[in-house]
Design a protein around this ligand. Structure first.
Ligand code: GLN
Length: 319
């Protein structure tokens, strides 16, 4: 994988943004969270934070959106620190092959979710962050990490989204109660979900998100930071989980087509990590049937094709 000249990369991003503006197939907004249904499907933004140099952007890259499940990357980072290896006795690291909010596997597997990126797994991670303190303290930690990583104190939580999801989150409640019955949640369900719903409601722009992800493309190290954000080993593992589980039951297809560790959210964002090269964020609110941004994925495909940024080797037309 190669680094690219800034001007060439900027041109590619501009062309992708222009191309996406003309797409008529834009997917459907997430209507099961009423507040997200208000998003404007005509929006598209992209940002690239190269390992060296400034963030490059195109389209609506400074517009904030709900990062939703992309927050699971940041909460996992915190939980690895908090729980160490014990984390892996409460959540697995295999792709689920099911929808992100599926209930069916949980019963068969005695309340231990397949991985930290499906909703059930992220709820266990939220429970780990909560343990022994109030929800506000755990939410505060998540927000502080997002701000620190984005190097932007204006990153915040969209309370209307958190409230909307709290009101309509029956499926997540079902997952949480089931895990609690199996002894895999240690805190009261409503408090754990309070953390989970608020982490999902963190709002960021593509520019902020690309910058925030950059610790994962530089082996846990972040430019300008005295200390590593995570160890090299943890960064590698988070990337492995993004590659295998980051787009839920479409992770295999994303790896097959694009080959970049990535994490999507139902707000339409996609964060992708090209190890040693760049952190990338794309956003467009319309989703495909698996719950990931249709144009966000299309943008990654085009970027990978034109830059050669795929961990498995260049992406070509044929195959
Ligand atoms: N907050 C969303 C939910 O729990 C997150 C899902 C997602 O982004 N895939 O349903």
């Amino acid at each position: 994988m190669t680094e690219m000249r800034t001007e060439v990369l900027q041109e590619i991003l501009d062309e992708i943004a222009r191309d996406m503006a003309h797409q008529t197939e834009r997917g459907a907004v997430a209507s099961y969270i009423p507040e997200l249904a208000k998003a404007d499907r005509s929006r598209f933004g992209i940002a690239v934070a190269p390992i060296e140099g400034d963030v490059l952007v195109a389209g609506d890259a400074d517009e904030r959106f709900s990062i939703q499940s992309i927050s699971k990357v940041f909460t996992l980072t915190l939980a690895m620190e908090r729980a160490g290896r014990e984390l892996w006795s409460r959540v697995g690291r295999e792709p689920s092959g099911n929808r992100f909010n599926s209930i069916v596997q949980l019963e068969q597997e005695r309340g231990v979710p397949r991985n930290p990126f499906i909703n059930a797994g992220a709820i266990v991670v939220a429970d780990i962050l909560l343990e022994g303190r109030a929800p506000d303290a755990a939410i505060g930690d998540v927000l502080a990490l997002c701000r620190r990583l984005a190097q932007d104190e204006t990153v915040g939580i969209d309370d209307a989204v958190a409230e909307s999801e709290t009101r309509t989150g029956e499926r997540n409640r079902a997952l949480a109660y089931f895990m609690s019955a199996e002894g895999n949640l240690r805190e009261p369900v409503d408090k754990t979900l309070d953390v989970y719903f608020h982490q999902c409601a963190v709002a960021m722009s593509c520019r902020q998100l690309a910058r925030a992800g950059s610790y994962l493309c530089a082996a846990g190290r972040k430019r300008g930071f005295a200390d590593k954000v995570v160890t090299l080993d943890r960064a590698r593992r988070i990337n492995a989980l993004m590659m295998t589980c980051g787009l839920y039951d479409a992770s295999g297809e994303f790896a097959f087509q694009i080959g970049i560790p990535a994490k999507s959210g139902v707000g339409g964002g996609v964060l992708g990590i090209v190890p040693g090269v760049a952190s990338i964020a794309a956003w467009s609110p319309g989703l495909d049937t698996h719950g990931s941004s249709l144009l966000g994925q299309a943008a990654f495909r085009e970027l990978a094709r034109r830059t050669g940024w795929s961990v498995f080797g260049p992406v070509s037309e044929d195959g």
